[in-house]
Design a protein around this ligand. Structure first.
Ligand code: HEC
Length: 108
């Protein structure tokens, strides 16, 4: 029974920990997002169907995607180059900024 309890505690920790490191700053993210706007649009409404919309996505989803590009778990040459110089703080700020934007889609 002890093993089961440990397992549950482990799962909870794994779920909560990535959330707790994420405390992005929206206005700092806005400043850092200038480079992203070329493809993803200033408010996360992308300029072409080739680029995903980031506006209104959950911050933890965006943050995880950036971490995965950085770690090479998610492979895309364009995004790998984008995250190369980003710190975890940068990524959390960017995630917070895009999450705070409208998720409404616009006509292209
Ligand atoms: C040159 C164009 C370009 C620039 C600049 C760019 N991206 Fe991307 N981004 C892409 C493409 C293309 C994809 C889709 C890649 C894939 O299929 O995994 C993507 C995917 C993403 C995703 C995953 C979205 C999802 O729904 O899974 C995130 C998050 C992201 N970009 C954030 C950023 C941030 C933050 C910046 C600025 C630091 C940035 N991108 C700059 C082209 C770009």
């Amino acid at each position: 029974m002890k093993t089961k309890r440990l397992l549950i505690a482990g799962c909870l920790a794994a779920f909560i920990m990535p959330m707790s490191v994420l405390a992005g700053n929206v206005s700092a993210g806005k400043e850092k997002s200038a480079v992203c706007a070329a493809c993803h649009g200033q408010t996360g409404q992308s300029v072409s169907p080739d680029f995903p919309n980031l506006g209104g996505q959950h911050a933890d989803y965006l943050y995880r995607a950036l971490l995965d590009y950085k770690a090479g778990h998610r492979k895309n040459p364009i995004m790998a180059a984008q995250v190369e110089s980003l710190s975890k703080t940068d990524m959390a700020d960017l995630a917070a900024y895009f999450a705070a934007q409208s998720g409404l889609s616009v006509k292209r």
